[in-house]
Design a protein around this ligand. Structure first.
Ligand code: FNR
Length: 364
């Protein structure tokens, strides 16, 4: 189908499922174990209803915001997803270019197919990139990676904390992994029969703990955001350790199956942080299952600063390249604008908790 026939993000997924190799489709689409959490990332949104207000003069709707102080045309960023070249020969720089034309922020993955240098060089004047870190057991390497990212102009450090060991994505494991990216190929302990994910992740430090935050702070000036917080208890700890933000995320359902979805825990995280007087200390992000403008609306109403999006942009990139990613982002932004207009919100600040009904969210 022609790009203009793509009317929503699911359309890109349908095309990608047809054109991607079995190996890449398995790696991109899979979740852990029985994929209960992967499905929950979608079904949780379906248990949140909207309470639209009317007659509010919604002629001019404004979706702009700031993430960690940096401008974004709407409250969404491109999250880190590894191995972009499996989906498109040019890999993550395609996302960099699309992020620029759509004025949104890209998070660069540690395990990108493109080099850090390629991705930061692809950045245009004024464009902002964040950096996602997998902590290497060898802390000298970790330090070098962080400091290189900072030197190359990345503005925030998102430390992934939900992956001390990679989850079992069985679809991925069933397809034998043959193409390792060049900088991974020398790793001695790659097990090619373990699926793509496990093959590339053996360096990750399962010893990561809260006390390491002081060390990260001592080697970088970038704000530190923990990606993969899944309970209010850990959200409180993140605030007490001085983190500038958290991402409520279960890694797209790829880690612990039966973890709840980010959107589902958002209300209780906000409530507990407010009670402890910590809500204003950090920005809260949510990822997992964002596919519609109304999903973004719901996250903002419940207290998130913005949302991250993963798979749909990989699918759009694989199917139609940069133009596909741009269209996917435009569709989402248009959907958000429409949702705001129909719900009576002119700005993101007008999207209030009273505009969502979460009675069924946790009680089902
Ligand atoms: C991911 N994710 C991820 N997260 C991370 O911190 N480092 C990484 O290298 C990756 N790699 C990765 C690859 C692929 C193929 C997927 C699908 C996901 C998780 C990602 O950042 C994010 O949490 C989820 O993808 C969000 O869910 P959706 O938008 O894909 O539903």
């Amino acid at each position: 189908p022609k790009l203009g026939e793509m009317l929503n993000l699911y359309d890109f997924e349908a095309v990608a499922s047809q054109i991607l190799s079995a190996e890449t489709w398995a790696y991109y689409s899979s979740g852990a174990d029985d994929e209960i959490t992967l499905r929950e990332n979608h079904s949780a949104f379906q248990r949140i209803w909207l309470r639209p207000r009317v007659m509010r003069d919604v002629t001019h709707v404004d979706t702009r915001t700031k993430l960690l102080g940096y401008d974004s045309s709407f409250p969404l960023y491109i999250t880190a997803t590894a191995l972009g070249k499996l989906g498109h020969p040019e890999g993550e720089v395609v996302l960099t270019r699309a992020a620029h034309t759509q004025n949104i922020i890209q998070m660069i993955p540690t395990l990108a197919s493109c080099s850090l240098n390629e991705m930061t060089t692809a950045r245009q004047e004024g464009q902002i990139q964040f950096f996602q870190l997998y902590v290497n057991k060898n802390r000298n390497i970790t330090q070098k990676v962080i400091q290189t990212a900072e030197q190359k102009g990345c503005k925030a450090l998102f430390i992934t904390v939900d992956a001390p060991q990679l989850g079992r994505r069985e679809k991925d494991m069933r397809v034998k992994f043959v193409h390792a990216p060049p900088h991974i190929q020398d790793e001695k302990d790659i097990r090619r029969d373990q699926g793509v994910a496990r093959a590339i992740s053996s360096f990750i430090d399962s010893g990561l703990s809260w006390k390491d935050l002081e060390w990260f702070r001592s080697i970088t000036k970038m704000p530190i955001i923990l990606k993969g917080i899944q309970t209010p208890e850990d959200a409180v700890l993140a605030a007490k350790y001085g983190c500038e933000g958290i991402v409520l995320s279960n890694h797209g359902g790829r880690q612990l199956d039966f973890a709840r979805s980010g959107i589902e825990i958002l209300p209780e995280v906000v409530e507990v942080l407010k009670k402890e007087g910590l809500y204003d200390k950090m920005e809260i992000y949510v990822d997992g299952g964002i596919r519609r403008g109304t999903d973004i609306f719901k996250a903002i109403a419940l207290g998130a600063k913005a949302v991250g999006i993963g798979r749909p942009l990989l699918y759009a990139m694989a199917s139609y390249g940069q133009a596909g990613v741009e269209r996917a982002l435009q569709l989402l932004k248009d959907e958000l604008e429409l949702a705001m207009r129909l719900a009576g919100a002119n700005t993101l600040a007008d999207i209030r908790p009273e505009m969502v009904d979460i009675k069924n969210l946790t009680d089902h």
